[in-house]
Design a binder for this molecule. Structure first.
Ligand SMILES: [Mg+2]
Length: 381
């Protein structure tokens, strides 16, 4: 194959795009410092190319202000009014550079992530290669960690830690908030002294809480994720200087510019790279490169998403630059049902194996998409 033919085949032409709003029940409500959700809302994006290939993407913001300002409604608006018309008007697009077109529009990272990953999926199926190879990685078993929400009683948390550790997950992340921090962490450490453990505060503390973080510093945690507000880079740097435990940026690392600020201030040693938060697979790869160049460690986080985006996240996570377990978990950890086949599963050692084949190796069940659909809209070139 010549270089010219590779470049030519990066071009795809979208003939139509369908948006499917879906709502799936969670196995149990998920509570973090910002709120609680009992259902998973997502927008699935179905791109049909001129060659008849169907690529799927997923825009997966939480309802309300659970994680960010992005909501299913705002993402649907951006997709239908700006991003999908831009794709359809563009004619042929280079899948590897589509993110440059999306940069013409400010914000809307979740909507961009959904459309751009759908273009990558169509591209990988068109050329018949696994997505991870096109993203510059070789397929490898992906180490997976579990994220556990906030409960009323420590006993409920310990029961979940025991259950998920027994399933093989390679590390446990527990959500903390003011009033739910030292006690649950101490209880988990006492019961499971050796388990790789980390906490995620989802931006719920201030620098005035430094004494609490100094206490957490004694529990041998892998990292403390997003202790302070999204924009509190100076304070995060101050906190990092006071702790042995590495700080991990999540909400703070929303763009390459914010990551540059975190690096310059030494406000984090680790970055959780979420495809949804940064606006797509290409932006995530650029963030990985920027972080690794600066000596930061990285891992792939999740909202969590449904199977469509989770599968794409696993292909991103195959990159050897990701050195900590991903937050992407088995489908059955979150959902009674998922929209992909086969479901994502972990083995007893905590690894997820990517199915062979082009694209992600998973297929989207149209029957399930229709079953959980609450709205559909179609756009034609
Ligand atoms: Mg987080």
């Amino acid at each position: 194959m010549t270089t010219t033919s590779i470049i030519t085949r990066q071009l795809i032409s979208a003939k139509s795009v369908a948006l499917h709003r879906v709502c799936l029940p969670l196995i149990e409500p998920f509570r973090i410092s910002n709120g609680v959700i009992a259902e998973k809302d997502a927008i699935l994006i179905e791109i049909t190319t001129a060659d008849g290939v169907v690529g799927w993407g997923e825009a997966s913001p939480m309802s309300g202000s659970f994680y960010s300002d992005d909501t299913p409604e705002s993402a649907w608006g951006a997709l239908s009014k700006q991003l999908i018309p831009r794709l359809l008007d563009a004619g042929e697009v280079d899948a590897t550079r589509f993110y440059e077109l999306l940069r013409e529009f400010p914000g809307e990272a979740f909507a961009k992530a959904g459309l751009e990953s759908g273009v990558w999926d169509a591209y990988s199926q068109t050329v018949g290669l696994p997505l991870c190879e096109l993203l510059g990685a070789c397929a490898r078993p992906i180490p997976s960690g579990v994220a556990i929400g906030i409960y009323d009683q420590v006993g409920e948390l310990l029961e979940r830690v025991e259950r998920y550790a027994a399933q093989g997950y390679q590390r446990v992340k527990i959500k903390i908030q003011p009033g739910w921090d030292i006690e649950p962490v101490a209880a988990v450490r006492e019961r499971f002294p050796q388990i790789p453990l980390m906490v995620d505060a989802n931006a719920s503390y201030t620098i005035a809480d430094q004494a609490m973080f100094r206490e957490l510093d004694n529990f041998g945690l892998m990292m403390i994720e997003q202790p302070l507000a999204r924009d509190a880079h100076e304070e995060a740097a101050q906190l990092q200087r006071a702790l042995r435990t590495p700080l991990c940026a999540d909400e703070s690392a929303e763009s390459l510019d914010s990551l540059a600020s975190l690096i310059e201030k030494r406000a984090a040693r680790i970055v959780n790279i979420k495809i949804q938060r940064v606006g797509g697979l290409s932006e995530a790869r650029l963030m990985l490169e920027q972080a690794r160049t600066a000596g930061l460690e990285c891992w792939v986080g999740t909202m969590p998403e449904l199977g469509v985006a989770s599968a794409q996240g696993l292909h991103l996570a195959a990159n050897a630059g990701f050195t900590y377990p991903t937050d992407i978990e088995a489908s059955a950890r979150w959902y009674v049902d998922d929209v992909i086949e086969p479901p994502i599963e972990i083995d007893p050692h905590g690894f997820i194996t990517l199915p062979a084949g082009s694209g992600t190796g998973f297929s989207v069940s149209r029957e399930k998409v229709e079953k959980y659909s609450t709205a559909v809209e179609k756009f034609v070139a």
